[in-house]
Each structure stands twice: as structure tokens, then as C-alpha cells.
Ligand binder design. Structure first.
Ligand SMILES: [Zn+2]
Length: 135
């Protein structure tokens, strides 16, 4: 049981440089929990959320390979993660497809070989890669 939602605790959102940046965005927490609940229901099991990319302070963002300058991770509005249900990894493509359907034309969503990126940006939605077959 997390202290922010069923699956998420504040320490998991903290910047990994240990600067103490552990601010959370209410919409991000709510949506991540809804995503966890969807897969727990779908597979009738207990979902485990594995946060691979939490908040990043500006300094840590600058030294993180592949991080965009001004990334939404620096505003506590983004998370990279993967999911397991009862110890079974849910394929990132399946998580991506669910989020894309659940939040059409909204937010930022990226697919990687071992995780997804999700952010609660305002304004125009973004999806990447543009061509999913690139992956
Ligand atoms: Zn930091």
C-alpha cells in the first residue's frame, strides 16, 4: 500500500540524486493509479508498479542521458514505469496501447523496449515514437 495511492508512494517519485525533490502532481498520481487498476482488473491479480523514471531536478536532468532539456520530469508531471501483475511483466506495448485508448488526444506517452513514459502535460498531446514499428 502506497502513501499517495494504492500502488504509489512519495519516495518513489523522489529525484534519484537525493536532492529531496519529491513533489507530486495530483493528476499524474490519479492517472497512474487508474492504469495500475486497469491491469490488476484485467489480469485479476495484484499490480506492481515499478517506477524507472521519477522526478528529476534540473541538475540531475542535465546529467541524465537522453533527457530533454526542461523535461516534464523536472515539473513532477512525468513518470517512466513498467508494470507487473502477480510477478508477470506486462509488455510495454500493451501498457502504451491502453493509455492511448484511455486518454485519447491528451497527455504525453512514449513507448520504449522496457518501459513507457507518461506525462500529464497540458496542451497538445504527444506520442512517440511516431511510427511504432520503429521500435
Ligand atoms: Zn535531484
Amino acid at each position: 500500500m502506497g502513501d499517495l495511492s494504492f500502488n504509489l508512494s512519495r519516495w518513489e517519485m523522489a529525484c534519484r540524486c537525493r536532492c529531496g525533490f519529491d513533489t507530486v502532481d495530483v493528476d499524474l498520481v490519479k492517472n497512474i493509479q487508474e492504469i495500475c487498476n486497469h491491469f490488476a482488473d484485467k489480469y485479476e491479480g495484484r499490480a506492481a508498479l515499478i517506477v524507472t523514471g521519477p522526478n528529476r531536478c534540473d541538475a540531475h536532468n542535465a546529467e541524465t542521458p537522453g533527457a530533454a532539456p526542461g523535461s516534464l520530469h523536472t515539473q513532477a508531471k512525468a513518470m517512466d514505469f513498467k508494470l507487473k501483475v502477480d510477478g508477470k511483466h506486462i509488455p510495454p506495448r500493451e501498457v502504451y496501447d491502453h493509455i492511448n485508448e484511455a486518454y485519447p488526444n491528451q497527455y504525453g506517452l512514449g513507448l520504449y523496449s522496457n518501459r513507457v513514459h507518461f506525462d500529464v502535460r497540458s496542451g497538445a498531446a504527444e506520442r512517440w515514437p511516431r511510427d511504432l514499428d520503429e521500435l
